[in-house]
Design a protein around this ligand. Structure first.
Ligand code: ZN
Length: 174
């Protein structure tokens, strides 16, 4: 096992077919490269040192052998994921979000599912209470739905390294 000093940061792992698979620690990615299980596709910043060799920090690596991975077809509903989907903005007033609100309140039979949860500020959440949007005359800026796509499958609520955007089908950052 190569001796890689602990490093911070993460690496995007591509399957042998160049399809994005997952995100791992830089250390884990370096071990894949040094054990000839993966090749580096894009270098990151800096160099890793092991006892016998040194290696540029891998930002994107590709597995040598294809691995068949059963994909999770849905994104797990969590507070962090809801905030990421909604850009940390309140669904009602677009102010900074602080809480999670059930659009149809749970007390009125609303479910804890992607289509019924939004990020909200404390004020809107408090004002809304156990009432429905129709009762308040409020409207949503957009209908909430489960996030989809390669980037969500691979990254979840994590932010993408700018070097990964091309692989994840995200717009390039200028
Ligand atoms: Zn609000």
């Amino acid at each position: 096992m190569p001796d890689i000093r602990p490093t911070v940061g993460t690496t995007l792992v591509l399957n042998a077919t160049y399809e994005p698979l997952c995100v791992v620690s830089v250390r884990r990615a370096a071990i894949l490269v040094l054990s000839a299980k993966a090749v580096c596709v894009t270098d990151g910043d800096g160099v890793l040192h092991s006892i016998r060799s040194q290696l540029p920090v891998p930002s994107v690596v590709r597995l040598i052998r294809y691995v068949r991975v059963p994909y999770r077809t849905h994104v797990v509903l969590s507070r962090r994921a809801i905030f990421a989907r909604d850009g940390s903005r309140c669904a009602y007033c677009r102010g900074p979000a602080e809480t999670i609100d059930h659009v149809l309140p749970r007390s009125r039979g609303g479910a804890h599912v992607w289509d019924n949860v939004v990020a909200a500020c404390a004020k809107c959440n408090h004002t809304k209470g156990d009432r429905t949007l129709a009762e308040l005359g409020w409207r949503l800026h957009a209908a909430p739905s489960a996030p989809k796509g390669t980037a969500w499958r691979v990254l979840g609520h994590r932010a993408a390294d700018p070097r990964w955007t091309g692989w994840l089908g995200l717009p390039e950052v200028a």
